[in-house]
Design a protein around this ligand. Structure first.
Ligand code: HEC
Length: 104
């Protein structure tokens, strides 16, 4: 009786290991541009989501980035002081944006 149980267990386990294959998650690396106080952006902008999430927006204008940083602080309660917010906005506009008064 014990042998049959063990054999059944063995068969079930082998059957499962054929069916359940490990899923490979795609890994997308979004390196942050170094310099211009990138460490400030790293310190704060990676608390809640990845850098990829930020860069998925593509190149954006200064009003977009300052609005986005303000949204992170006001709505999502990102703990970033005024000075550091400005450093991050300048960093984002320089490396992931352009100077413009347009809202996008
Ligand atoms: C306290 C958590 C938190 C921190 C810290 C944070 N974010 Fe976010 N961020 C969010 C959440 C939540 C969303 C998703 C909002 C949504 O789906 O509408 C988001 C979404 C975004 C988006 C996608 C566009 C959008 O408007 O939803 C961008 C860009 C972004 N964050 C940039 C930043 C930057 C830059 C920083 C650093 C200054 C930052 N975030 C820090 C919580 C945070």
């Amino acid at each position: 009786m014990k042998k049959i149980l063990l054999l059944t267990l063995f068969l079930v386990v082998t059957a499962f290991s054929q069916v359940v294959k490990p899923i490979e998650m795609p890994y997308v690396d979004y390196p942050m541009v170094k310099g211009d106080h990138d460490e400030v952006a790293q310190q704060y902008c990676l608390i809640c989501h990845s850098w990829g999430y930020v860069l998925n927006q593509g190149k954006k204008s200064r009003p977009y980035w300052s609005g986005t940083v303000a949204k992170m602080v006001n709505e999502f309660k990102a703990p970033i002081g005024k000075e550091d917010q400005q450093i991050i906005i300048n960093y984002l506009v320089k490396h992931y944006g352009y100077e413009s008064t347009a809202q996008h």
